[in-house]
Design a protein around this ligand. Structure first.
Ligand code: HEC
Length: 439
């Protein structure tokens, strides 16, 4: 109505509508903007689409037929050669040893080779794989997926508060790659590390730090934002969806997805899991208007920062632009701290937010159940929330979970690991990067 009244926006742009027509519009909106058409709506039938790659079960693809059968040394090569041949090209000649060494070095550790002499290829690869730089190079790719940053980014009020404890998560990721932590375990720790049993304080610390995945990410300012809590949850759902499930879910915050089977009910089923979790990002600001301070995980065995005495001169020499936020929570002196999540005090289902508005509430959606989309062409019976979102990457992620009884029935964990596809269970996944490197 503002637009047709030329109040801020001007619609139609060329000339204002006559006043009586503007009045008609106002009247019609007052009536609830009814649609006067009486004929039944036409249903547009779309040809069935290929399911998204991430929704297809894992299968063993047969290597394609190639003309030059002498070139492939292993089945993977046949896939590459087939494309080369399709384009009427020839493979380039094999690289000489020095070039190969240089490529390997850049690929595996992101750095040029140090010495030019060449040992045998296998020991060359082994030494690159065991280099600490391997985790830095390949962990960085995961850190991108995890939207890792050491600050919040603009909170909407032009402030970019820092996350001084985020580095612990960064180091966790690097270590996970260097220690070849299996992918399923890597994912499980980041989603539910706080719920997994631990044999030592060091392991417990590591798992708590892993949940930092869910606490990173930009927090909007809270002032004048009724949707703050649901915005934080939206960020968590986005990183799980896009980063782990290979499927964006975020649009279902406000409306059903049009062409993949994700209704808003699924979104709020998942949201219930995160609503029942407490997100701990620490101090994200200096003033009261932005994201409020939360507690942090207090670690037990993790290394402390430099001793206070060593730190003081550094702080003095680099005074902050603004005084740091006053801590609202107290910890043991010099306690190592980490961002992360833990169970909220209250475990509750999330209500549907109509149009994504957290004040316009609909029915509560059980945090574990999916609403079936039986009409969808690729519908498969999906009795659990996990199944609705279980597709390739998720199934892979939790193919062989050392699923501890304590969290087996916990919705946050359960949501992502309940059912495993048989085909995924056949393979034990380690990091894709190290798998490639070993092949
Ligand atoms: C914060 C809430 C919200 C989110 C999140 C959201 N939308 Fe929307 N979207 C709406 C609303 C409300 C409408 C209806 C607007 C109207 O009626 O004019 C709409 C309408 C649409 C339409 C037009 C539908 C039609 O039938 O004409 C499309 C397409 C669409 N959105 C796609 C998306 C996609 C893709 C995403 C995710 C990237 C997304 N939306 C995320 C609120 C949202």
């Amino acid at each position: 109505m503002q637009a047709v009244r030329y109040d801020g926006l001007e619609m139609p742009p060329k000339k204002r509508l006559p006043e009586n027509i503007v009045q008609d519009f106002a009247e019609w909106v007052k009536m609830g903007a009814p649609d006067p058409r009486t004929e039944p709506l036409k249903v547009v039938k779309k040809a069935p689409q290929e399911p998204l790659w991430s929704l297809k079960p894992i299968s063993d693809s047969k290597p394609p037929k190639v003309k030059n059968t002498a070139w492939p040394r292993q089945s993977l090569d046949a896939f590459i050669l087939a494309k080369i041949e399709q384009n009427g090209l020839q493979p380039a000649p094999d690289a000489d040893a020095a070039t190969l060494k240089r490529r390997l070095s850049f690929d595996l550790i992101g750095l040029p080779p140090q010495k030019s002499e060449i040992r045998n290829l296998e020991s060359e690869i082994d030494s690159l794989l065991s280099s600490p730089h391997f985790g830095e190079k390949w962990g960085r790719h995961w850190l991108d997926v995890a939207r890792y940053a050491e600050s919040n980014g603009n909170d909407g009020l032009s402030r970019n508060p820092s996350f001084p404890h985020a580095w612990r998560y960064r180091d966790y990721v690097i270590r996970a790659f260097n220690e070849d932590l299996p992918y399923d375990r890597f994912i499980a720790e980041q989603i539910a590390g706080d719920l997994l049993p631990a044999d030592s304080s060091a392991q417990r610390d590591r798992q708590l730090i892993a949940t930092g995945l869910l606490a990173l990410g930009a927090k909007p300012a809270k002032a004048m934002n009724e949707n703050f809590e649901m915005d934080v949850i939206a960020d968590q759902i986005n990183v799980i969806g896009s980063g782990i499930l290979g499927l964006s879910i975020g649009c279902a915050r406000c409306h059903d997805h049009k062409s993949d089977p994700i209704p808003t009910r699924d979104y709020y089923a998942l949201a219930g899991i995160f609503k029942s979790s407490e997100t701990m990002w620490g101090a994200a600001a200096h003033q009261g208007l932005t994201a409020p301070q939360t507690p942090l995980h207090e670690l037990q065995a993790a290394s402390k920062l430099l001793p206070r005495a060593e730190l003081e001169p550094i702080i003095k020499a680099n005074p902050p632009h603004r005084p740091p936020a006053k801590p609202s929570f107290s910890y043991k002196a010099d306690a190592p701290l980490a961002m992360g999540v833990r169970d909220a005090k209250k475990i509750e289902d999330c209500k549907l937010n109509i149009d994504g508005e957290s004040k316009k509430l609909g029915a509560a959606i059980h945090a574990r159940r999916l609403e079936h989309q039986k009409t969808h062409p690729h519908h498969r019976p999906q009795p659990h929330l996990s199944d609705g979102l279980t597709q390739r990457r998720c199934a892979m992620a939790l193919a062989s979970p050392a699923s501890p009884t304590r969290c087996r029935n916990h919705p946050r964990y359960d949501a992502l690991c309940h059912r495993r596809s048989q085909s995924a269970a056949r393979e034990r996944f380690t990091h894709p990067a190290s798998r490639c490197a070993h092949q």
